[in-house]
Design a protein around this ligand. Sequence first.
Ligand code: NDP
Ligand code: 2IT
Length: 448
Amino acid sequence: MSYVEEVYAGLEAKHAHEPEFLEAAKRVLESIEPVVAANEEKYRSVNLLERLVEPERIITFRVPWVDDAGKPQLNLGYRVQFNSAIGPYKGGLRFHPSVNQSILKFLGFEQIFKNSLTGLPIGGGKGGSDFDPKGKSDAEVMRFCQSFMTELSKYIGANVDVPAGDIGVGGREIGYLYGQYKRITNLYEGVLTGKGLTFGGSLARTEATGYGLVYITDEMVTAAGKSVKDKVVVISGSGNVAQYAAQKMQQLGGRVVTMSDSSGYVYDPDGIKLDIVFDIKQGHRGRISEYADRVPAAEYHAGEKPWGVKCDIALPCATQNEINGEAARTLVANGCWCLAEGANMPSDSDAIDVYEKARVEKGFLFMPAKAANAGGVATSALEMSQNSERLSWTFEEVDSKLHDIMVGIYHKAADAAAKYGHEGDFVVGANIAGFEKVADAMAAQGIV
Ligand code: NDP
Ligand code: 2IT
């Protein structure tokens, strides 16, 4: 057994009940095999891989709160502080009924390499709760956030751990969480990112993940001698990432024809009208089905995902495992030649095997999440910099840095893949490029 296989076998035995985490760990460990083989003695001597796959700390706590009817409610809260070798823990908070330790460990593990790829000094973490903000009043969301932060505040800080948004956590939730942190600690510090612009938030953070996804997609497509202009683009999700991916894609001339939520997807052959999506989702937290009620040319497909729609480019921007092998085969058979992941781990292992086969056979372009959606956390790190120097940069300044970071990530992934004999395989390239910096820092800091 190779060192990588040994470590994975140990992980599987210890954490058999954590399928999402095992899936993410397996993919990374397989990818970094060539680097590990070249440095085996060095890594083994400090137990590097065994330490890499275990979080430094997991904090779990109960979150009691009272609903509008005066009834007591209880949720679970978590923070996975996975790896602080290259900087303070950094990563989002997810509020969704599906949240459990396996999902947060997979997200925290991916975050280590994603954050490393940005080139900025941020470690990996993730947190959240099985609380569902959907259908709750603002007052209920506020009371929940206050209770959640009352406990979380003991473990975070501007130089310790800096959470941000993710599914179910947007500007409203970050505002309530920040207010409670400040009230409890009496500190006005950049302890959360994605803050409102009037209290330390960064311009372009709202747009950053979606814009960054399109910047790296554009770079990859251009490097392959093609263009996104006039191409048909299928997007899943209609939340923060999906909305701004759609906006930037339209600005570059792509024709976005679908968006979705967990109830179904809409198809608009004339191109999605984003002012309507913004009104539905940002204006009144409505369902995407409303789009078809308002746009006569659009169709609504209840209970379905958009992967059967013919397209050139697919940008999954909803959640993990939303594309399986069958959906991936349908996409490729229908002529899709490029897929970049806005969501974290939206493609399951079978789907990734389909992309890899299509890459080898016909140059299919695939950019995995940890590279493709790194623009959000990169801009969070830019928000931390602005908070530290107590200054605010212009939209253009932040957007231009974001663009440079995404172009840089494309080249890091492409170069690392080529260096280890996997030219064009950005899964291997992103994992290796992300891993090398973290491994160096861990080895240098001793067995801690
Ligand atoms: P939002 O909460 O703003 O939007 C999530 C979207 O995905 C909604 O349309 C939601 O539909 C849909 N969705 C969520 N869960 C499911 C599900 N189980 N099945 C089908 N659809 C689902 O979240 P974000 O846009 O912020 O996040 C989307 C993805 O991007 C996540 O994977 C997240 O981890 C990733 N990401 C986010 C970053 C950020 O900066 N926000 C940064 C990097 C990655 P519904 O409303 O019906 O639930
Ligand atoms: O998955 C992610 O990278 C995020 N949800 C953003 C994390 C952050 O700290 O901005």
